[in-house]
Each structure stands twice: as structure tokens, then as C-alpha cells.
Ligand binder design. Structure first.
Ligand code: DGL
Length: 283
């Protein structure tokens, strides 16, 4: 058995990289749905269908657990799939399988609270408001998942989302850093103007943005803490696997990379943060 990691493209490799470091002996299969990327401007139903297809492909490869290393898929599709599709599919497969997202671990890291903790401190006087900026795809921003879930848990945190419609596509296409820096700086300025001041902390709420985290750092006021999704997801997976010994992550250090797109095209971009080219197979 192995752990599947799913993203619309190469952004999820930032999460995969951290998971591999954390679980060096586990088996991993990465699936990039590059034929259908970017997801961020698609209607919700399409995102649900594409995410379901990706999960099925990874379960077919023998994965016991799929990590949706894609904020768009996790915020739009995960709850729907867990409630309406997964229980039946699990029975069909006849073995324990599950899907985890990237949003819950990020919210746990941003609030400093476990997911189960909701609204206990309602009514407390808020001394100082902590402003959290979330940069994401339009679909993630439209889901309002970060606003809704963080508001349930922390009254002293105010979330402001900034949808970045072109950014994931540009990163996936290997756009020049100057062009990316300009777009990122425009989004930081727009968010700052909307809030009335710069955010105190920020979530790069699209895995592609992690690849250019340094450009976000340069555009935000010096020292603005970034909540790191790869780290938060690795922490959450470690806790999850400890609670679920029935989900076998394997132990042969298998690394497979599948794409629904054209194998090979992703290597230049991947190398910049991976350190070496990866060999993708057709999915
Ligand atoms: N990397 C994905 C995310 O975390 C999606 C980017 C896209 O396909 O638009 O949201």
C-alpha cells in the first residue's frame, strides 16, 4: 500500500517533498492532473468530478490514503466526496481507504488549535485583532473555507482572502520571475488596500504559491510570518497515521510520479525547488 498525493499540477510537489522527508520509508504515488489544470477558475461541479477521478486513479494504484495537496480540490470537493462518494467506493474496494485535505492542517496551524476545537471561547473580549491574509485561487476564495472555519475557532483572528486568478497558471507554465513578482506585488497591494493595512500573517493558500514563497516574502512587509502548508500537512499526516494503523503507508520508499498531461514538460519548473529532474509517467 502507498500514500497518494494529488494536485492539479506541480504545486503539490512542495507538499509531497516535505511528506517524503518526514516519512522516508513510506511509498508515495504523486498524481498531477495537468491535462485539466488550472482548477482555480472552474465551476465547483467540475472540480468535484476531477478530484473524484484523481482519487480513484490513486486508489487503483494501490494507495490506502490520498492527500489532496491542492487547496482548490480540498476546499471545494473534499467534504462532498467524503460524505457522498467515499463510503460506497470503500465498500466496492473492500479495503480501508481515506482522503485527507490540505485545508484542515493549515487551519490547525493558523489557529494553533486542533480541528475538533470550535467556538469555546465565544464572547471573550478581543484585545487585539490578528489579521490573516489568504492568497488563493478564485475557487478557494469563493468557498470562504478559511474565513468560516477560522472564525468558528478564533474570534481574535480576522481573515481576508485575495483571489489570484492568473497566478497558478503562470507558475505551472514556468513564467519568468519578474512577471510573477509583478503579479504577486499587485495582489499584496490590493489586499493591503482592502484591509487598510498589511496583514499580520499570511497563508499561501495554493500549493503553487509555495514554489514562489520568496516573491511573496519580498512583497509583504519584512518578517511577515507565512503559515507553511507542507509542514502543517506533514504534521497532520503524522498524527493521522498514528491513529490509523489500518492504513498502511508501505515501507519500500517507492516514488512514482504520474501526470494526465504530457510527461516531461514539468521538469524545468520542478527542478528549481526539487533539486533534480523527476521522471513523470503518463497516468
Ligand atoms: N495548486 C492548487 C491549489 O492549491 C490549484 C491551482 C489550480 O489548479 O488552479 O489550489
Amino acid at each position: 500500500m502507498s500514500i497518494g498525493v494529488f494536485d492539479s499540477g506541480v504545486g503539490g510537489l512542495t507538499v509531497h517533498h516535505r511528506l517524503v522527508e518526514r516519512f522516508p520509508r513510506a511509498d508515495f504515488v504523486y498524481l498531477a492532473d495537468q491535462a485539466n489544470a488550472p482548477y482555480g477558475g472552474r465551476p465547483g461541479e467540475e472540480i468535484v468530478d476531477l478530484t473524484r477521478a484523481g482519487c480513484m486513479r490513486l486508489f487503483d494504484e494501490g494507495c490506502s490514503l490520498v492527500v489532496l495537496a491542492c487547496n482548490t480540490a480540498a476546499s471545494v470537493a473534499l467534504r462532498r466526496l467524503q460524505q457522498t462518494w467515499l463510503p460506497g467506493y470503500r465498500r466496492e474496494l473492500g479495503r480501508p481507504v481515506n482522503i485527507l485535505g490540505i485545508v484542515v492542517p493549515t487551519i490547525e496551524a493558523a489557529t494553533g488549535l486542533p480541528w475538533e476545537h470550535e467556538a469555546e471561547r465565544r464572547g471573550e473580549k478581543v484585545e487585539k485583532l490578528d489579521i490573516l491574509g489568504v492568497f488563493s485561487t478564485p475557487a478557494t476564495a469563493a468557498s470562504r473555507v478559511y474565513e468560516i472555519e477560522i472564525d468558528k475557532r478564533r474570534q481574535d483572528v480576522a481573515v481576508f482572502s485575495e483571489p489570484c486568478p492568473e497566478l497558478a497558471r503562470m507558475i505551472e507554465a514556468g513564467a519568468a520571475r519578474e512577471a510573477l513578482a509583478e503579479v504577486i506585488s499587485g495582489h499584496v497591494k490590493a489586499l493591503t488596500a482592502r484591509i487598510g493595512r498589511a496583514p499580520d500573517r499570511a497563508i499561501l493558500g495554493c500549493t503553487h504559491y509555495e514554489i514562489v514563497a520568496d516573491l511573496f516574502r519580498a512583497a509583504l512587509p519584512a518578517g511577515t510570518p507565512l503559515i507553511r502548508q507542507p509542514e502543517a500537512t506533514a504534521d497532520a499526516l503524522e498524527r493521522y497515521l498514528a491513529r490509523h494503523p489500518e492504513l498502511d503507508p508501505g515501507q519500500d520508499a517507492l516514488r512514482r510520479f504520474l501526470t494526465t498531461g504530457a510527461p516531461g514538460a514539468q521538469n524545468g519548473l520542478v527542478e528549481t525547488f526539487w533539486g533534480s529532474p523527476l521522471s513523470f509517467e503518463p497516468a
